[in-house]
Design a protein around this ligand. Structure first.
Ligand SMILES: [Fe+2]
Length: 234
């Protein structure tokens, strides 16, 4: 599905695609959700994305060293800022009567903090990989999010329309950035479990957004191949 095949990052992309597919498959049937569950799912998504996406992408920019990765991530940031993506998401949530409350923020607090602790390490390859996973998930999540908003009586679609398209390009770009960063240290080009530390903490956070009452959940694909995150995540 990516433009360049059999590249250095192909097995990593396959791993990420599988993780995203599992998240999408785990989404509750919107028909089965009561209105407040639909509202809260949108609200938790907004609580995680609105104030953190640009911050985490900025961390990726600060972490990388290759000119190619810097340029790709800066293009991504420029678009986020110039087109006011946080404002777009806020309008989307407001129109669906789903602006995050204190309780919505509290529901994701711990797992959000774990991602922040991971990001603070400024580990280039791991953060870029986490953001590629994030962009890929967002793209595939948009039809579901739009469906929830529709059931909330909202016709506001700018956020979901833009991110259903744009992030396909961004995901491909981030895999090129990942490759550029990995090639700087040829000794670590073999994917190791610790490479997915950021993906794992972010995946746990997204699962928390989707399933607020689930304390722990099985990471079918990732758990088998990825080591426990460092003690800092505790
Ligand atoms: Fe965005």
């Amino acid at each position: 599905m990516m433009a360049h095949k059999r590249s250095l990052t192909t097995p990593i992309q396959e791993h990420i695609d599988r993780a995203i597919g599992e998240l999408i498959a785990s989404l509750p049937d919107p028909e089965q959700l009561v209105p407040d569950e639909r509202r809260a799912l949108i609200a938790r998504y907004a609580a995680v994305l609105e104030g953190n996406f640009i911050y985490w992408m900025t961390a990726a920019r600060l972490a990388v060293a290759s000119d190619e990765a810097k340029a790709i991530i800066e293009d991504n940031l420029r678009e986020e800022v110039r087109d006011n993506h946080p404002g777009m998401l806020r309008r989307f949530a407001l129109a669906a009567h789903a602006a995050p409350t204190d309780a919505d923020a509290l529901a994701v607090y711990r797992n959000l903090e774990n991602v922040r602790l991971f990001v603070a390490d400024l580990s280039a390859v791991k953060i870029v990989l986490m953001m590629a996973f994030f962009e890929g998930f967002i793209t595939r999540f948009m039809p579901y999010l739009a469906d929830l908003a529709d059931r909330q009586g909202s016709a506001e679609r700018q956020y979901t329309d833009v991110h259903g398209v744009v992030d396909v390009v961004h995901t491909e770009g981030l895999f090129r950035a990942l490759e550029a960063e990995m090639l700087r240290k040829p000794d670590v080009v073999e994917p190791t479990p610790s490479l997915f530390t950021g993906v794992k903490v972010l995946r746990t956070l997204i699962e928390n957004v989707i399933h607020p009452n689930r304390v722990t959940s099985p990471h079918v694909a990732l758990e088998a191949t990825v080591a426990e995150p460092a003690a800092a995540a505790a």
